[in-house]
Design a protein around this ligand. Structure first.
Ligand code: CAA
Length: 258
């Protein structure tokens, strides 16, 4: 696959998508969003890949949707193409864990892209924000919904209504960020975490992701029942037997992903 606006690399069971429009601080134009969607689908279909990392540059994960591309669009234009529908659909469909490695600005659509990932590891220079209100619009790739679920209504309203930025520490404190890493160590650290996940049983990892996502979609009672049934179903895998035997025999498990 050849791309204009992203770089795609595969190593040790990990797919790495690097947003690559440095001249525009990785602003998400249509080409970039289509290419991220294509890369995610291809990596998700690749049975050698057990985890995906999305990253940007040291200065910007992504400074939002491309304002220059959007400036002249009409209501009819964005409605007709259902702008930003595709990338949301793709994130809903991908079953491989996706980690956002965020350094620098993650603003607007950039913050939303990071939140669409399964978790966010931030460099100490990361800055998150939903500044769309300053442009006369609102977030359009899930920001009002995901940010509110992640950080709660009060902080989400503060961010969305003022457009202010949040640094990595505030992000970690409020649950947006799972860990903070020194900017120079960000990519190696996140790739290491992704490699560790990729080495686990792929069926168990896919089920863990799906079941955890359920927590935001269903009642506690239904979610706990769903979890228990998935737990039961994993007793059908060879990997479950291998994982438990390896523990008892005090050795590393050799998962076959089946
Ligand atoms: N779209 C298009 N181009 C952008 C961009 C964006 N979102 N963000 C930055 N750029 C471009 C700039 O226009 C500039 O290009 P030129 O050199 O050709 O002028 C280049 O990237 C570098 O940017 P700056 O000179 O502005 O860099 P800075 O370090 O002074 O400021 C910044 C950095 C604070 C991130 C600033 O660029 C900024 O505020 N960007 C816009 C942030 C924003 O409003 N994002 C929300 C977009 S709307 C959205 O995302 C909708 C949605 O929910 C999907």
């Amino acid at each position: 696959m050849t791309f204009e606006t992203i770089l795609l690399d595969k190593q040790d069971g990990v797919g790495l998508i690097t947003l690559n429009r440095p001249e525009a601080l990785n602003a998400l134009n249509s080409t970039l969003l289509d290419e991220v969607a294509d890369a995610l689908i291809a990596l998700d279909e690749d049975s050698d890949i057990g985890a995906i990392v999305i990253t940007g540059s040291e200065k910007a994960f992504a400074a939002g949707a491309d304002i220059k591309e959007m400036a002249e669009l009409s209501f009819a234009d964005v409605l007709k193409t259902d702008k930003f529908a595709l990338i949301n659909r793709v994130f809903e469909q991908v079953r491989t864990p996706v980690i956002a490695a965020v350094a620098g600005y993650a603003l607007g659509g950039g913050c939303e892209l990071a939140m669409a990932c399964d978790f966010i590891i931030a460099a100490d220079n990361a800055k998150f924000g939903q500044p769309e209100i300053k442009l006369g619009v609102i977030p359009g790739i899930g920001g009002t919904q995901r940010l509110t679920r992640i950080v709660g209504k009060s902080k989400a309203m503060d961010m969305i209504l003022t457009g202010r930025m949040m640094d990595a520490e505030e992000g970690e404190r409020s649950g947006l960020v799972s860990r903070i890493v020194a900017v120079d160590d960000l990519l190696e650290t996140v790739l290491g975490i992704a490699r560790d996940i990729a080495a686990l049983s792929h069926p168990a990892v896919a089920m863990a992701k799906e079941t955890t996502d359920r927590a935001l979609e269903t009642t506690l009672h239904e979610g706990i029942l769903y979890e228990r049934r998935v737990f039961h179903s994993l007793f059908a895998t060879e990997d479950r037997r291998e994982g438990m035997l390896a523990f008892i025999e005090k050795r590393q498990p050799k998962f076959k992903h089946q």
